[in-house]
Design a protein around this ligand. Structure first.
Ligand SMILES: Nc1ncnc2c1ncn2[C@@H]1O[C@H](COP(=O)(O)OP(=O)(O)OP(=O)(O)O)[C@@H](O)[C@H]1O
Length: 233
């Protein structure tokens, strides 16, 4: 549905995305995680067709109006009321929308602005949902969305239940792109001549330390794995 091939982005001569290749298919649910400044927003803007890369190719095999893109901080005229914005669309059943219709944009929380952003796409029956920086209040929207989903966030914990695949960005590069289960690890603590040491292993692997040397086996969270292997300089 959306494909990026060898995409890079320069801003003021700094390469803030490098050689990104990825593919979002109809039923994919992808989480994009990375530390602050790793390039998540720029990548989401490219996936949404909002900005163009400096080099590489972007293919959209979908009507772009059907890509519901929820920016990190959606912008609407501050003094318009929710109902005035909804009136600009061909949306018919406002009553199903869980926002106060008489509230002005300036009085909405960030989460409410994100929801409003999503509702504006409803008349187009969106096929793909892109959320830049997930917030918990969007949970129901994500769960019930029928189509591809790409969510960026700075940790895996908050988005784990909604995604199947994970992309980890580090300094503008993809350093991990696979099924989320590949991030399930355990730490084996064992006795050695130099004291207690640890080894990180995939959860399903047999411990490759002699049994009588093992002190403890500890499950680690996917976020610990993300920080340990994929976010170090
Ligand atoms: N318009 C711009 N001009 C200069 N630098 C920019 C611009 N936009 C982004 N950058 C830089 O590009 C890098 C990636 O930014 P981006 O906002 O995509 O990261 P992010 O992963 O979304 O971060 P965060 O988690 O803080 O939202 C950062 O180092 C940022 O400072």
């Amino acid at each position: 549905m959306i494909k990026l091939k060898n995409v890079s982005k320069l801003v003021h001569n700094n390469e803030i995305l490098s050689n990104i290749t990825l593919q979002v298919e109809d039923k994919d649910r992808i989480g994009i995680v990375g530390l602050h400044g790793s390039g998540k927003t720029i990548l989401m803007e490219i996936l949404a067709g909002e900005i163009k890369p400096s080099s590489g190719e972007v293919y959209f095999d979908v009507d772009k109006r059907k890509i519901a893109y929820i920016p990190q901080v959606p912008k609407f005229p501050p003094y318009l009321k929710v109902k005035e914005i909804l009136n600009l669309t061909s949306l018919e059943h406002f009553e199903t929308i869980d926002l106060e219709k008489d509230k002005k944009v300036k009085d909405l929380s960030l989460e409410e602005k994100k929801k409003l952003s999503f509702y504006l796409y409803l008349p187009y029956s969106p096929k793909c949902l892109l959320i830049d920086d997930f917030t918990p209040g969007l949970k129901e929207i994500v769960k019930n969305f029928n189509g591809c989903v790409v969510i960026s966030h700075h940790n895996l914990r908050d988005i784990w239940e909604f995604i199947n695949d994970v992309i980890i960005l580090f300094k503008g590069k993809i350093v991990f792109y696979d099924k989320k289960e590949k991030l399930l690890y355990k730490v084996v603590l064992y006795r050695s001549n130099e004291g207690i040491k640890e080894i990180w292993q995939r959860e399903e692997e047999e411990e490759n330390i002699e049994k009588d040397k093992i002190v403890e086996i500890r499950k680690v969270t996917p976020d610990e794995v993300f920080l340990h292997f994929y976010s170090r300089t």
